[in-house]
Ligand binder design. Sequence first.
Ligand code: PMP
Length: 334
Amino acid sequence: MIRGLVKSFQPYRVVEGNYRVWLDKNESPYDLPDWVKEEIFEELREMSFNRYPHITSMPARKAIADFYGISPNNVAVGNGGDELISYLVRLFEGNYIVTTPPTFGMYGFYAKLNEIPLVEVPLGEDFTIDGRAIAEKSKNSRAVFIASPNNPTGNLQPGEEIAEVLKTGKPVVLDEAYAEFSGGSLWKLIEEYENLVVLRTFSKAFGLAGVRAGYMLASEEVVDALYRVKSPFSVGIMTMASMVVMLRHTDLVEKRVRKIIEERERVRKKLGDLAYPSDANFLLVKLNAYEELLERGIVVRKLSGRLEGHIRVTVGRRWENEAFLRAVEEITGG
Ligand code: PMP
C-alpha cells in the first residue's frame, strides 16, 4: 500500500525523556516574556477563529515588508521556512536541485520526496562554498540551495562566491535562517538579482519555533509563482499575529541575540580546539560524545557522514551552557 519511496525515508527520530538541557534544535533558549504573549493574545482576541486566515497572509506580509522597507509583493510567508523549501524545490524549471553538503537536510528531503535528483557540490575543507564549481554544476538545475550561515557547520558563506552563483541567472535560494547571529545579510541583493530568493525564519532569533513562522524575500515573479501553488491556508492566525507583534519588538530580539552571541563566544573559548568558529546560534564541536552527554541529561545533535564524530550544540542559557561544558570536561578528562 505504501510507496517504496515513502518507505525509504527514515521515521523522525523522537528524543523523549526527562533530560535537563536541550541543545539539539537551534531554538532560542528564551521564551517570549508574558507581556509579549499578552500582546499576541490581544491581537488574536480580535480575530475570528471560525474564519479561514487570509489566503495569501497579507497582514503578515505587510508587517514584514514595512520592516524591510519593501513591497509585500516581494514577501511570502510560510508555516515555517520548511514549508517554503517544500515549494521552492518545485517552483522552477530544470532537472535537479543543487546542494552543498554538509548542509541543512530539508533541501534534499523535499527533493527526494518529489523525485527530483540532487547534485551535490561539497563544501571545501574550511566549509565554504566553491562558487565556480556550483555555477558549472547548475546549468540544467531547478535551483541552487545555499545556507549562510550554514547548518550544521555554523559559518557564513563568502559574498563573492555567492555572487558567482547568482551571476548564472539560475534560481538561488539563500537560506539565512541564522542571519541575525551573523551580523550580516545579503537580502538587499534581491533588488539586483531577480533569481535570488532569501529565506528567513522567526524560529531562531525571534524565538517562535513553536508557532511555525518563516518567510522569503524575492522578486514579484517568484512570490507570485509561490502563491499559485502554496497550500492556501497553511499560515494560521496564530502565526500571523505572532509575526506582526514580534516585529514591534525587534529591540528585545536584538538584546537576546547579543546575549546569545556573547555566550557563543564564551563557550567556544572554553572548548578551545574542539569547537569551530560560528556565525550562528550553535557550535560545531569535534567530539564523539552524543551518548555520554545524553547520560548526563544533555541533548545535542549527533552528526554523521563527513561530520561523523562531531556534534552540533545549540547555544543555550548560561546555566545550560555551563552544564554542557562541565559534562564535556568530565568526558574528556579536562
Ligand atoms: N533553514 C535552516 C538552515 C535551518 O536550520 C532551519 C531550522 N532548523 C530552517 C531553515 C527552517 O526553520 P523553520 O521551519 O523552523 O522556519
